[in-house]
Design a protein around this ligand. Structure first.
Ligand code: BTN
Length: 247
C-alpha cells in the first residue's frame, strides 16, 4: 500500500485522478494526494472544501477480493483507521457517525467517500476518498459549515505536520487491512461500534423516504445501520443521515 504515490499540487478532485489511474490498471494500494482540490466532492453530491495545505485530501485505489455488496465494509474499516490514529496517536476523542463521518466534540472533522466500479459479482476497483480538516482555524472553514465542522487544529489548538500524518494513516491502514483480510469483518465491526456516535441512543434517522426515530444499535455485515424501533423490530438503514436530540 502506498508504494505507488501520485502527488498533485492542485487538482479538481483526487477521486477523478484515481478513477483514471484505476481504469489504466493502477495497482491495489495506489495513493493519490493533493495539496489542494478545486472541485472536491463529498457524499450526496455535496462539495468538499479543500484549501491548499490545510488538510489531507487523498484517494486510495483498492482491489479487494470481496463481493460488491460488501464494499461498505471497506468504508467502515477506513473510518476505524482514522479514529484509531486520532485517538491513539493524537490523543483526541473521535467518534464515528454512521456511515462514515469522523466527529470530535460533536463536529465533523473528516469524511470518507467510497466509489466502486464493479461488474456482475466482481469488484474492479474501489476508490476510497479521505478528506481530513487538519490545520484550518475555525474562521477558515466555509461559513455554511462552521456550526457543524471542525479541524484537528481547531479542536486541539495544535498544528500538525500533514505529511507525517498521511504516513501514519497509511501505515495503520495497511495493518488494519491485513487484519481484515485474515480475520474478516467481525473485528472491524467491533472496533467501529466502540467508536459509534450516539450508539445506544435514540436518534432521528432521515432517509430519502422518511424521517423516523429509533435507537441505534450497531452495524450489519453489509454496512447497514441497525435501528431498533419502538415495537422492537430492528431495521437496516442503507442510506441517509442520523441526527440527534440535544438533551
Ligand atoms: C463526505 O463526508 O461527504 C466525504 C468527503 C470526502 C472528501 C475527500 S477529499 C479527497 C477525495 N477527493 C474528493 O473530491 N473527495 C474525497
Amino acid at each position: 500500500l502506498g508504494k505507488n504515490v501520485v502527488h498533485k499540487e492542485s487538482t479538481p478532485s483526487t477521486q477523478q485522478i484515481a478513477h483514471q489511474l484505476a481504469r489504466d490498471h493502477a495497482s491495489h494500494g495506489t495513493v493519490v494526494i493533493a495539496d489542494e482540490q478545486t472541485a472536491g466532492k463529498g457524499r450526496l453530491n455535496r462539495e468538499w472544501h479543500s484549501a491548499k495545505n490545510k488538510g489531507i485530501w487523498t484517494s486510495l485505489i483498492l482491489r479487494p477480493a470481496i463481493l460488491p455488496y460488501l464494499a461498505p465494509q471497506i468504508t467502515l474499516l477506513t473510518a476505524t483507521v482514522l479514529a484509531d490514529v486520532f485517538k491513539k496517536e493524537l490523543n483526541l476523542d473521535p467518534k464515528i457517525k454512521w456511515p462514515n463521518d469522523i466527529m470530535i466534540n460533536d463536529r465533523k472533522v473528516a469524511g470518507i467517500l467510497t466509489e466502486m466500479q464493479a461488474e456482475q459479482d466482481q469488484i474492479q476497483y474501489i476508490i476510497i476518498g479521505i478528506g481530513i480538516n487538519v490545520n484550518q482555524e475555525m474562521n477558515e472553514l466555509p461559513e455554511d459549515i462552521q456550526q457543524k465542522a471542525t479541524s484537528l487544529r481547531a479542536t486541539s489548538e495544535k498544528e500538525y505536520d500533514i505529511t507525517s500524518l498521511i504516513q501514519r494513516i497509511f501505515v495503520h491502514f495497511e495493518k488494519v487491512y491485513a487484519e481484515y483480510e485474515t480475520y474478516g469483518f467481525p473485528i472491524i465491526k467491533e472496533r467501529w461500534e466502540s467508536y459509534g456516535y450516539r450508539l445506544g441512543e435514540r436518534t432521528t434517522i432521515k432517509t430519502m423516504k422518511e424521517t423516523s426515530e429509533a435507537v441505534l444499535v450497531g452495524i450489519a455485515e453489509d454496512g447497514a445501520l441497525l435501528a431498533q424501533y419502538d415495537n422492537d423490530s430492528i431495521k437496516k438503514v442503507y442510506s441517509g443521515e442520523i441526527d440527534w436530540f440535544p438533551n
